[in-house]
Design a protein around this ligand. Structure first.
Ligand code: SAM
Ligand code: F3S
Length: 442
């Protein structure tokens, strides 16, 4: 079905990645081109997120609006993918009968077949199964846009934190074979990619099958990737403290390509809450990882995820989180109000803390995290940083933009700098969301 494709993505980087793979796939098999205007589209896909209630609610209100578009254009096809699709399945078609396809994160590669079946049978198609890792064998090579690319190395999660829907919506952890990942990264580097971000819900649970040997862990994958000609940076997200092994920490000491930033979700600084969350580590164990990581690479900055207001969280528990934030000196982080998710163990826990109190805690935490990140940015002023250039600045074509080793965006006066090159930039000012700089003498 040649025509225009509109994709709306909710949620995490995995979803962003999945959306870009859907666009690649439909360009390849159906000659579809992306549009930014849903009114122009012959196929609209919503790639949904159910990690918090708000994201889930948005999907159904968006679907209500799409119904009008379908009324005006009965040829329009509507698909719902991602975690809400995975959780609700047939229920989506029952609630919104004008939806044509419902597919999960592990069945998006079947979209062309589902579109054909929808046309042949005239009936909505629902496929939210978890066919292991067949997805990657069936997707075309990713399209390269600029010097940075994402590479999914594993799917799903087997940690079953008591608050989280991901293991139910994305299935258990499955790793892509080592050779397949190496081939994909080498192909990307050949086409000019200089930075890859390895993606997965728990990348350090990676156990990549390989011909004639035991599975490769993340540390060995990184060692192999460091040898790929042309690559200058490798990042990964997200990792889990429970499997943050000494081998992985040592890799940070050994491989300068890993840059100076690690995102390591902690969720809470209270051991009582961490245990209720079933996270599998204590605040002290978390701090020990950070300490060892810093002794491997003293420049490393640590970002994190936090949940505020988990059932039973007291002011004292929250204070323990603030203490951990100060002890670690986090470089920013994402913090969320706890959102009970149907089907998760924590959803049945009783909780006496009023919502306003939780909102107040969230505000305090965010202020603290913001101040710490600003302090790190301010400390960079005057320093010369290695910047990987992404291209001309979006706001001013006489400037170039790139990222520092600790993943901060820097704008600096320079034209014609090849995207992907590494330049030395002296930081001249720290702004709220970016830095300013000037090219430093070599
Ligand atoms: N794999 C990651 C880890 O190690 O924790 C997390 C992936 S999860 C999809 C992203 C973040 O969403 C989590 O780190 C957590 O902070 C947040 N999150 C997950 N479930 C949540 C819930 N029920 N309420 C609020 N935030 C939640
Ligand atoms: Fe969710 Fe915990 Fe996995 S937060 S994605 S169950 S590590």
């Amino acid at each position: 079905m040649a025509g225009k494709l509109y994709i709306k993505t909710f949620g995490c980087q995995m979803n962003e990645y999945d959306s870009s793979r859907m666009a690649d796939l439909l360009a390849d098999t159906e000659a579809m081109v992306l549009t930014q205007d849903p009114r122009d589209a012959s196929l609209i896909l919503l790639n949904t997120c159910s990690v918090r209630e708000k994201a889930q609610d948005k999907v159904f209100s968006d679907l209500g609006r799409l119904r009008e578009l379908k009324r005006a254009n009965p040829e329009l096809l509507i698909g719902v993918g991602g975690c809400v699709a995975s959780q609700e399945g047939e229920e989506i078609v029952a609630r919104a009968p004008y939806v044509d396809m419902v597919f999960g994160p592990q069945t998006l590669h079947r979209l062309p077949d589902m579109i054909a079946a929808r046309r042949r049978t005239g009936r909505p198609q629902v496929d939210i199964s978890f066919p292991e890792i067949e997805k990657f064998d069936r997707l075309p090579p990713p399209r390269v846009e600029g010097p940075c690319a994402f590479v999914s190395i594993m799917e799903g999660c087997s940690k079953y934190c008591s608050f989280c829907v991901v293991p139910y919506t994305r299935g258990e952890e499955v790793s892509r074979p080592l050779e397949q990942v190496l081939e994909e990264v080498a192909g990307l580097a050949d086409e000019g990619v200089r930075e890859v971000t390895l993606l997965g819900q728990n990348v350090n649970a990676y156990r990549g099958p390989r011909g004639g040997g035991p599975p490769a862990d993340l540390a060995s994958l990184l060692d192999y990737l460091a040898e790929v000609p042309g690559l200058s940076r490798i990042r990964y997200t997200t990792s889990h403290p429970k499997e943050f092994t000494q081998r992985l920490i040592d890799a940070h000491g050994r491989l300068p390509l890993l840059g100076d930033q690690v995102h390591l979700p902690v969720q809470s600084g209270s051991d009582r809450i961490l245990s209720g969350m079933k996270r599998g580590y204590t605040a002290l164990e978390y701090k020990s990882i950070v300490r060892r990581l810093r002794s491997a690479n003293p420049a490393v900055c640590i970002g994190s995820d936090f949940i505020v207001g988990f059932p039973g969280e007291t002011e004292a528990d929250f204070q323990a989180t603030l203490r951990l934030v100060d002890d670690v000196g986090f470089d920013g982080g994402y913090s969320f109000l706890y959102s009970p998710r149907p089907g998760t163990p924590a959803a049945s826990l009783s909780d006496a803390t009023p919502q306003e109190e939780k909102a107040g805690r969230l505000e305090r935490l965010q202020a603290r995290l913001g101040a710490l990140a600003d302090g790190i940015s301010a400390g960079m002023v005057g320093q010369v940083e290695e910047v990987l250039v992404e291209g001309p600045s979006r706001k001013d074509p006489l400037e170039s933009s790139g990222r520092t080793r600790n993943n901060r965006m820097v704008n600096f006066a320079a034209t014609g700098v090849a995207p992907g090159s590494l330049v030395r930039v002296r930081i001249t000012a720290a702004l709220a969301h970016s830095l300013r700089g000037e090219i430093a003498a070599p």
